[in-house]
Design a protein around this ligand. Structure first.
Ligand SMILES: [Zn+2]
Ligand SMILES: [Zn+2]
Length: 89
């Protein structure tokens, strides 16, 4: 029918007003000249172009009894801090 329901629209993507938040990492470094470009999908803090890490993630779809990867990767934003926490050994 061409009817698409946007699930989770209330929380993601963030509202435009939330994108006006300052980057948390920049605030820690006492920098105020940057604007947040997104919200970290892990900790939920605003992050700027310099501190954001945009990752490509595979989306799994339910196909019958199994799952299949979509051909087009999705996108996920994590902040510098969470990126280090995820990749540090
Ligand atoms: Zn920043
Ligand atoms: Zn984070």
């Amino acid at each position: 029918m061409g009817l698409f329901v946007l699930v989770g629209r209330r929380t993601w993507p963030p509202l435009k007003s939330e994108l006006n938040m300052r980057c948390y990492d920049c605030l820690q470094e006492a920098r105020s000249d940057t604007t947040g470009i997104g919200v970290c999908s892990r900790c939920g803090l605003a992050t700027c172009e310099n501190h954001a890490r945009v990752r490509q993630v595979q989306v799994t779809r339910q196909l019958g009894m199994g799952a299949a990867y979509g051909r087009i990767p999705a996108r996920r934003v994590v902040c510098h801090t969470c990126d280090m926490a995820e990749t540090a050994h």
